[in-house]
Design a protein around this ligand. Structure first.
Ligand code: HXC
Length: 279
């Protein structure tokens, strides 16, 4: 298939490599890019010759987030009516494993994109962050939910409230990623491809079953608050990941009705500091 915002290739006969290809915008995730990404993933999921996939960006950026310039003028009515960015989650319905090979910035939606993959490998240069707060909004693609599940409340709060970027070393220590690869340009992609090759040589059915059961556990192990209910069924104390993600997205949508969202995103586009009025 011919894509504008991604490049696909087969570094191994049974491994699909998807490279985000909007280098000038640091792979900002505009809507057409995500459509192409979902298309490529769906096609690969149906293609028996693909056993595993690798998703990567450039040396400088895995992805610097959702496209702020595309979002900045949107109104609450637009984002609510069109369920803005809801299709991002389509990739979590893919049955085959997806390995994120992260170099450089993985910010906002870029960090969330990595967190929607099954395994994250990082280069020593990788930087993860949820800087939405600097734009007068919050994460909208799992940054407040999957992240908290992985790193715990205090660290997730720190990232989401301060917008600070963390290093690959911190991400590793915090349990966000599988590991940091050796130095060198392209090393993280090479290592991710090697891992994908190993997976692609297993039984595809067993691989998909393994992915399914790990994810099923994650859906219920929400913030670690689980209890054994009657007859030994696990019940979530508060809510499930699915409900948490929906809630996050709706609150994210709601912030498009504020002046601070307009100011925060316009300030980024105009390369100036935001002057929030708390309204
Ligand atoms: C649109 C972006 C962008 C983004 C970078 N660019 N990130 N455009 N959306 N998210 C553009 C810049 O405007 C600039 O365009 C070019 O890419 C290069 O970026 P610079 O800022 O000049 O590069 P640098 O000084 O090296 O700084 C890199 C950076 C910075 C620290 C990563 O670009 C940055 O802070 N980006 C925004 C990160 C962010 O806030 N992400 C969260 C987005 S909100 P020009 O035309 O000037 O060359 C989000 C919500 C998720 O993700 C919701 C999910 C459902």
């Amino acid at each position: 298939a011919n894509y504008e915002y991604i490049v696909t290739s087969r570094p191994e006969p049974n491994v699909l490599l998807i490279q985000l290809n909007r280098p000038k915008a640091l792979n900002a995730l505009c809507s057409p890019l995500f459509k192409e990404l979902n298309q490529a993933l769906r096609d690969a999921d149906r293609d028996d010759s693909v056993g595993a996939m690798v998703l990567t960006g450039s040396e400088k950026a895995f992805a610097a987030g959702a496209d702020i310039k595309e979002m900045k003028d949107k109104q609450f009515a637009d984002v609510y009516k069109n369920r803005f960015l809801e299709d991002w989650a389509d990739m979590t319905k893919i049955s085959k494993p997806i390995i994120a090979a992260v170099s450089g910035y993985a910010l906002g939606g870029g960090c969330e994109l990595a967190l929607m993959c099954d395994i994250i490998l990082a280069s020593p240069t990788a930087k993860f962050g949820q800087p939405e707060i600097n734009l007068g909004v919050i994460p909208g693609g799992g940054g407040s939910q999957r992240l908290a599940q992985l790193v715990g409340k205090s660290r997730a709060m720190e990232m989401v409230l301060t917008g600070r970027m963390i290093t690959a070393q911190e991400a590793d220590k915090w349990g966000m990623i599988s590991g940091i690869v050796g130095e060198g340009e392209g090393q993280v992609v090479k290592d991710a491809i090697a891992m994908a090759k190993v997976i692609s040589e297993k039984s595809q059915i067993a691989v998909q079953a393994a992915k399914e059961v790990v994810n099923e556990g994650m859906l219920h192990d929400y913030l670690g608050r689980k209890d054994v209910g009657v007859k030994g069924y696990f019940i979530a104390y508060e809510t499930t990941l699915t409900e948490g993600l929906k809630y996050e997205r709706r609150i994210f949508h709601g912030l498009f009705a504020t002046n601070d969202q307009k100011e925060g995103m316009s300030a980024f586009a105009e390369k100036r500091k935001a002057n929030f009025t708390h309204s």
